[in-house]
Ligand binder design. Structure first.
Ligand SMILES: Cc1cc2nc3c(=O)[nH]c(=O)nc-3n(C[C@H](O)[C@H](O)[C@H](O)COP(=O)(O)OP(=O)(O)OC[C@H]3O[C@@H](n4cnc5c(N)ncnc54)[C@H](O)[C@@H]3O)c2cc1C
Length: 500
């Protein structure tokens, strides 16, 4: 018997990934319900940074300004295990890391998702999952007891211990923890002047970070190596104090903890991000040590890659195979982050051999190409999906160029706010939309734009005459001299479905 569908997509977990995905799906016209086990936001703030590509993605949806009043300073560098590398003139409008606590990021995403029409149910814990012929059923425990919700697809955005991943039987292979770390937001009676980070926070017993946090608080993070602690064991400010004394030599007069939590360096990745109608995103799909500030940013990028694809499949425009590209495109970039964090824990260890390795590494980062390699990786601006061969633009994010169009001056990201495919035509009609796709693709005639484009990871290239841009901002087709309509039709079919 066919069950009643409660939503086209159910998202388990209302953290940054789930909220971003909910908004992206609403932009694609999909009915979405987010199930979040907690009654209210916990106020926990593990992450403290929005990387450049995430800032771009928020800009291309028109919501970057909403974060403005909440930013507590921008950093002009990325770091590898506390070895700092300037972002410098890396080609983006956002060459910085926005210092903003996760607790301030989530409410903005939630408000946006609700504004777009997403339903967010709190005190709703997912406890069961069943695949049906035409969808997925999810068992939810809430204030009124248990119930089943039926959806076309379910996406597990329910964090590193994802129940969706476990119930779907998706493996989570990787490497175990080798260290123990505690993070706390506390008040300090004797705070250090400014911030202690990187080389200053290294001692023979481990390493630590002390950084000012909003509302007169401080964030304290301390790591000890070759010691693994069960993360389920309760952690208090006394544990943080003790480890801080062991590693830093004193406790900075800490008291009044807003919260304290344990973390470690287990690095694991779901063996597949998609199993039929069950998908995984964010920490549910990958966990790793937070070195380099990547996890939340990866989750947001997962959501933006998946949202438009899932919406196009649900609208029956694109074929189901489009969803497989979510795994093939996103898996390698999380894999790269996992490897980089494993390497950073080796560099982070105390001892003269680590110091020697850090010294060699620091020298290498002074080589311009090495610096740019790491900046590309940590800002996540160098991503190039395997979209096709030919132009270096293919599969890369479209730069946010200033444009002159018939409707006035604009820039590329303003044209991506509605998350619709975009055909930019620099030839006065040479790259017109073939019949059958005009209902799905925005066609914009550009009368003037930069003639040379500077691409992160690829350098300067001559401007193309036409580009097809996916809703996530990545280039799906390029015409370098005259428009090849056959290849344009092929790209339109691959990414947005056959002509109607
Ligand atoms: C110390 C530390 C520092 C970090 N610093 C950074 C940083 O600077 N930059 C960065 O990018 N990342 C950082 N991270 C990583 C970042 O915090 C995570 O990657 C990010 O929170 C992942 O978001 P998510 O939405 O995928 O998962 P989560 O934030 O874990 O959200 C999952 C949500 O699902 C809910 N949930 C779980 N189970 C269920 C269920 N059964 N039913 C319903 N709901 C459920 C949870 O309550 C939660 O709200 C840091 C992490 C740590 C530990």
């Amino acid at each position: 018997m066919k069950q009643k569908t409660n939503a086209q997509v159910v998202i388990a977990g209302g953290g940054p990934t789930g909220l971003m995905l909910a908004a992206e799906l609403r932009l694609g016209g999909v009915e979405v319900v987010v199930l979040e086990r907690y009654a209210r936001r916990t106020g926990e703030s593990r992450a403290y940074g929005i990387q450049a590509r995430t800032a771009e993605v928020l800009d291309q949806r028109g919501i970057l300004d909403r974060f403005a009043g909440k930013v507590h300073g921008n950093g002009d560098f990325v770091h590898f295990s506390g070895i700092f590398m300037p972002i410098g003139d890396y080609p983006t409008r956002h060459p910085y890391v926005m210092g903003i606590p996760q607790s301030e990021i989530e409410p903005v995403l939630q408000e946006w998702a609700i504004e777009l029409g997403a339903t967010i149910r709190r005190s709703a814990e997912v406890i069961g999952l069943e695949r049906t012929e035409d969808g997925v059923s999810v068992q939810v425990n809430g204030p009124d007891g248990d119930e089943w919700l039926h959806a076309d697809y379910v996406v597990g955005c329910d964090g590193g211990r994802s129940i969706i991943r476990k119930l779907a039987g998706i493996g989570f292979p990787g490497t175990d923890a080798t260290l123990a770390a505690i993070q706390g937001i506390v008040k300090l009676d004797n705070p250090p002047a400014g911030r202690i980070w990187g080389p200053q926070g290294r001692t023979d017993a481990g390493n630590f970070i002390v950084a000012p946090f909003p509302d007169g608080q401080h964030m304290v993070m301390v790591t000890e190596y070759d010691k693994v602690v069960d993360r389920d064991v309760e952690v208090t400010i006394e544990d943080l104090r003790a480890v801080c004394v062991r590693v830093a030599g004193h406790d900075f007069g800490m008291h009044s903890a807003a919260w304290v939590s344990r973390y470690a360096d287990a690095a694991r990745q779901a063996e597949t991000y998609r199993d039929g109608r069950v998908l995984l995103a964010g920490d549910a799909a990958h966990i790793h040590y937070p070195a380099g500030g990547q996890g939340l940013n990866l989750g947001i990028q997962d959501a933006v890659n998946l949202g438009w694809k899932l919406a196009a499949v649900i609208r029956r425009e694109a074929s189901d195979e489009l969803l497989d590209t979510y795994h093939t495109e996103r898996f390698p970039y999380a894999e790269r982050v996992l490897q980089a964090t494993r390497a950073q824990t080796v560099l982070g260890r105390p001892g003269s051999h680590s110091e020697a390795l850090r010294d060699v590494f620091a020298q290498l980062t002074k080589v311009d190409e090495v610096n740019r390699y790491f900046v590309g990786m940590f800002t996540q601006l160098d991503i190039q999906y395997a979209v096709g061969e030919g132009s270096p633009l293919l599969g890369r994010r479209i730069p946010d160029l200033d444009l002159k169009t018939d409707s006035g001056d604009t820039r590329v990201f303003r044209l991506l706010e509605t998350a619709r495919p975009l055909l930019l035509d620099f030839t006065s009609g040479g790259a017109a939309i073939p019949a059958g796709w005009s209902d799905r693709v925005e066609h914009v005639l550009v009368s003037a734009a930069d003639t040379v484009w500077n691409l992160p990871g690829a350098g300067k290239i001559p401007a193309p005459v036409g580009v097809l841009v996916r809703p996530d901002g990545y280039v799906a087709w390029v015409a370098t001299d005259s428009s090849d309509l056959d290849s344009l039709r092929a790209a339109l079919t691959t990414w947005f479905g056959p002509a109607s």
